[in-house]
Write a protein that binds this ligand. Structure first.
Ligand code: GUN
Length: 284
């Protein structure tokens, strides 16, 4: 098997950002208010700080207005709800994003339910998740939607294909399964108690790894010609980033593979901007 082709999230996301920037420039020229995103960060989780900074920079790049709310780690549930309600009512705010995970004393379910579904750029609200589950999508969660964009970019045909997702989180695994089901794939979702993950992966035409464990998916699990999507971003002791897949070994077998960094990460941000723009356009 020849070496696999790399699906570059970096390049794909740059095209998407360019397209959005052009649209914002037209909005600006017409004298209208540009799209805006409010990002809320509670506490000082270093990974979350990096993600929030990247989101803010991406907003700036395309010409969106971004509002940043950095709250203390001991912010109460009521204080956070009050802020979200204020943002719901603010006509100058199109999208609201509360960065997860939240500190343990806060109930993320209640917070996500408080965000107006029409401003929920993450697509995490039960109305938006439910719409996706009913194959009538409204706002779709950014990471799975970015993965679909990558798969579509290589003209993936989903019918009769076995997709194996490793990880069942509300942010990635579950909405990823729904997206792939909606497109006609046969979907298996593994969790940490799954007994035969490696055997299931060995049968997969599409593998989506979202476990959060460095090099969890070994190269010799991958079927020849499979498409391998690595959602993991793990920081090793030496400071280097690595995914959930043993990239070098998997690349020897896969037809296509996504790198880390420069793969799914930038696509998540591109989809966030796309969601923000479409929410803005819907409200006009
Ligand atoms: N934490 C990890 N990924 C995400 C995401 O896509 N959105 C939010 N709000 N929090 C996250």
């Amino acid at each position: 098997m020849e070496l696999s082709k790399v699906i570059s999230g970096k390049l794909l996301s740059e095209e998407i950002l360019k397209d959005i920037a052009n649209k914002v420039s037209d909005i600006n020229k017409s004298g209208k208010r540009v799209p805006s995103l409010a990002v809320v960060l509670v506490g000082e989780d270093p990974a979350s700080q990096v993600y929030v900074r990247n989101k803010k920079n991406a907003c700036q790049k395309v010409g969106f207005t971004s509002f940043e709310y950095v709250l203390a780690a001991d912010t109460t549930q009521n204080e956070l709800i009050t802020l979200v309600e204020k943002l719901n009512d603010d006509k100058d705010v199109d999208g609201i994003l509360v960065q997860l995970p939240l500190p343990k004393h806060l109930d993320s379910k209640i917070i996500i339910d408080t965000i107006s579904p029409s401003k929920d750029v993450d697509g995490f609200h039960r109305y938006n998740m439910g719409s996706l589950a009913l194959k009538d999508p409204n706002v779709c969660p950014c990471t799975p939607h970015g993965v679909m964009y990558m798969l579509d970019s290589i003209k993936t045909n989903y019918f009769g294909k076995h997709a194996v997702i490793i990880g069942a989180s509300n942010i990635v695994g579950r909405p990823m399964a729904l997206e792939l089901m909606n497109r006609g794939a046969t979907v298996t979702v593994c969790n940490s108690k799954t007994r035969n993950t490696s055997e299931l992966v060995a049968d997969a035409d599409i593998v989506v790894a979202a476990v959060g464990l460095p090099n969890f998916v070994q190269g010799d699990w991958i079927k020849d010609g499979a498409i391998v999507i690595d959602v993991g971003i793990n920081r090793l002791a030496d400071g280097k980033l690595c995914g959930d897949v043993d990239y070098e070994a998997a690349a020897k077998r896969a037809s296509h593979i996504t790198p880390v960094p420069g793969g799914v990460g930038p696509m998540t941000i591109a989809m966030l901007l796309k969601n923000t723009l479409s929410i803005y356009l819907k409200s006009k």
